[in-house]
Design a protein around this ligand. Structure first.
Ligand code: ATR
Length: 288
């Protein structure tokens, strides 16, 4: 299953599909930069065989793994101990195979917040934020978004009940952080927009089915930041639309690198410098 030298500490990204994952590239750059002798592979798990694949990987000497679609919920169940942010998300994207019980964390939300606050230099505190979607992507980041203490987050979803459920599971957390957390159907967003949102985060997969952007441009305040958690072609429709509305735009590549950096820190205890790796990744993905 693995081709890595047994002398190196072994990590992987587990998913299905996993061939497209940029994580091996990102972690190899982190390892070079930090002088860490590790190997990082792709682990394609059968759809009905995630647990067996991960247990075999650990038995072969794996130290931990990242987990991607569609296994983040199974990874949550597999972890014996979990971080608070993983508990809030109900999903795990990083496992560390500790002898005292596997540790499960979710670094997606922190990755998103770091990208917004550090890379885009937009502190979230006090802002009015619209989060589109209430599926796995939005659930994974909501806890960390709340912890950054915007004034308000409106969760809007095509299926209103899913937004309401996400609001309910984060209600105590939002109260604790003095954040107003509201949920509504997409059709109700305009009635909640007030003077417009400072930030729009797209956590829907609408573009994958060729659907347009499910809100009107007038929900954005002039100069708002519009971020899609996807990147490449999947983010293009949303980003083109947002730019045409006068928004500053950002794709999900920064979040991808930042969530990886946090996973690297969990495993290795050192924080890589993300700027150079983000730049290298962008160049790698830009068609010549
Ligand atoms: P992911 O893990 O990528 O979040 P998901 O859990 O299937 O995937 O969630 C997809 C999200 O995109 C959901 O919020 C979904 O809305 P529903 O809950 O109503 O299904 C949203 N979505 C998908 N296609 C959409 C479309 N054409 N318009 C608006 N929202 C859409």
């Amino acid at each position: 299953m693995t081709s890595a030298s047994p002398s190196k500490d072994l990590y992987a990204v587990a998913g299905n599909p996993v061939a497209h994952s940029q994580s091996p590239f990102i972690h190899a750059r982190f390892a070079e930069q930090c002088g860490q002798d590790l190997a990082y592979e792709r682990l394609l798990c059968p759809l009905d065989g995630f647990k067996a694949s991960i247990e075999a990987f650990a038995a072969q000497g794996g130290h931990g793994c990242n987990v991607t679609v569609p296994f983040k919920f199974e990874a949550y169940a597999l972890a014996a101990r979990r971080s608070e942010r993983a508990e809030l998300a109900g999903a795990v994207n990083t496992l560390r195979f500790d002898a005292e019980g596997w540790w499960g964390d979710n670094t997606d939300g922190l990755g998103l917040v770091r990208d917004i606050e550090h890379n885009a230099a937009r502190p979230l505190a006090g802002l009015d934020v619209l989060l589109l979607g209430a599926g796995g992507a939005s659930a994974g980041v909501l806890g960390s978004l709340v912890a950054a203490r915007p004034a308000r987050i409106v969760l809007a979803n095509r299926t209103a009940d899913k937004a309401l459920a996400l609001q309910a599971s984060h209600a105590a957390w939002a109260t604790q952080h003095q954040v107003t957390l509201q949920a509504c159907a997409l059709a109700e967003v305009e009635s909640k927009a007030g003077q417009g949102f400072d930030m729009l985060i797209n956590g829907t997969s609408a573009s994958l089915s060729g659907a347009g952007v499910p809100v009107q441009g007038r929900v954005l305040k002039p100069g708002a930041l519009a971020l899609d958690m996807m990147y490449g072609g999947a983010a293009q429709t949303f980003l083109d639309w947002a730019r045409s509305q006068g928004a500053q735009t950002r794709d999900g590549l920064g979040m991808l690198v930042e969530q990886a950096a946090e996973a690297f820190f969990l495993w290795r205890g050192v924080r890589p410098d993300t700027a150079a790796v983000l730049q290298a990744l962008r160049e790698r993905l830009t068609p010549a």
